[in-house]
Design a protein around this ligand. Structure first.
Ligand SMILES: Cc1ncc(COP(=O)(O)O)c(C=O)c1O
Length: 374
């Protein structure tokens, strides 16, 4: 039987997020309403809906509409519609890629820590998974010599998250090129979950622009602030992989939904407008977060470029999970304890919450840190 481990971060959020008054745990850049999206673009939401609701609610374009695929293909240098499949979020894309590739006994290398699906997914399917560690001592950078040591003749897949949840680590073009060189030696695929776009240099180079066995997964959930649409995609130059995933889609999702496809396509067609909103938000929040960090001695963080997740260390004398629970109950502030990522002692702090939530959350967090008995 296939046995999946409990998904630490999702289980924590499912259990606690609706109880939070000041949710500074999330990695999405402040989610938008559809009304806000249309305010930003200046288009008329009622007219859009009037047209959209004329479409029959059948299964629509099974693999994603041609307009959706065209908008996605533009994000990559050399891909066309045939290289793209719509999925239920990036989680859907990751799962389908892993299901398509992994058989019991395969060897997989996964960046660690990261989004749990990327290592426990292959493990559940019977792969042996080795971690390519990000090291806290070097501000969560990996070491290529370690990857060289981990590589085996039967390495089937290397799973990366660029930029990384929770640490924010960005793998540069040079690092990715070195990964590709190693992967190509043994014919391994490289799956990169690219849901977090950094809003400062260096930008993430999509793996599909570097490697014919590269798989880029992405979605509207993080960089584009629309997780409720549940639309993502998988892109790859490798037509064999695309065909495998195409088959699996029929077993798992069929399609992404007619209305959701239309909103997702609209959002991607107005990508620059959304990115401008999010760049302004992340810059402003980053500045207040840094100011707060400077006067808060119990948290330490070397935050990389403007990526929407942050993973500070807490200088406290108790397990971070117990602390996070007490914090939530006493103040309504929600963080994700590092335990959810296998990294006790740290917390994921989502500083791209709406400004007012961030300010109130940080103030209460500081107060609680210094007056834990409240
Ligand atoms: C790396 C990573 N991939 C995927 C997801 C989920 O994405 P989606 O909402 O597109 O399924 C998350 C959410 O936290 C994530 O951190």
């Amino acid at each position: 039987m296939v046995k999946f481990a409990e998904f630490g971060v999702e289980a924590w959020l499912n259990r606690w997020e609706k109880q939070a008054r000041y949710d500074i745990s999330q990695s999405t850049i402040a989610s938008m309403t559809l009304a806000e999206l249309f305010q930003l673009t200046g288009d008329d939401l009622p007219s859009f809906l009037a047209t959209a609701t004329q479409m029959p609610e059948n299964y629509g374009w099974i693999e994603g509409s041609p307009d959706f695929k065209t908008a996605v293909a533009k994000l990559y240098q050399q891909l066309s519609q045939t290289n793209i499949l719509q999925t239920n979020g990036a989680t859907g894309a990751n799962l389908l890629a892993i299901l398509a590739l992994i058989e019991p006994g395969d060897h997989v290398i996964a960046e660690y820590p990261t989004y749990q699906q990327l290592y426990d997914g292959p493990k559940a399917l019977g792969a042996t998974v080795d971690f390519w560690h990000l090291h806290p001592e070097t501000n969560w950078q990996p070491d290529l010599t370690e990857l060289r040591r981990l590589l085996r003749p039967n390495t089937k897949l290397i799973c990366l998250n660029n930029a990384n949840n929770p640490t924010g680590t960005i793998l540069s073009r040079d690092t990715l090129a070195a990964v590709v060189q190693l992967a190509a030696r043994v014919g391994a695929y490289v799956l990169v979950d690219e849901v977090y776009q950094p809003f400062a240099a260096p930008q993430v180079v999509p793996i599909v622009d570097l490697y014919e066995r590269g798989i880029s997964t992405n979605s509207l959930s993080k960089t584009y602030s629309l997780p409720g649409l549940r639309i993502g995609w998988l892109a790859s130059p490798d037509q064999h992989l695309i065909n495998q995933v195409r088959k699996l889609r029929d077993y798992t999702m069929i399609c992404g939904g007619v209305l959701n496809d239309q909103f997702a396509t609209y959002a991607l067609q107005h990508r620059e407008t959304i990115l401008a909103r999010n760049r302004a938000l992340i810059q402003a929040n980053y500045a207040s977060y840094q100011n707060w960090l400077q006067q808060e001695p119990l948290l330490s963080l070397q935050q990389p470029a403007l990526v929407s997740t942050s993973f500070p260390r807490l200088a406290i004398n108790e397990p971070t999970q117990a602390f996070c629970l007490k914090l939530l109950k006493a103040t309504g502030v929600l963080l994700v304890p590092g335990e959810a990522f296998g990294q006790p002692g740290y917390v994921r702090l989502g500083y791209c919450a709406p400004q007012a939530t961030l300010q109130a959350g940080l103030t209460r967090l500081s107060y609680f840190l210094h007056h834990p008995s409240v």
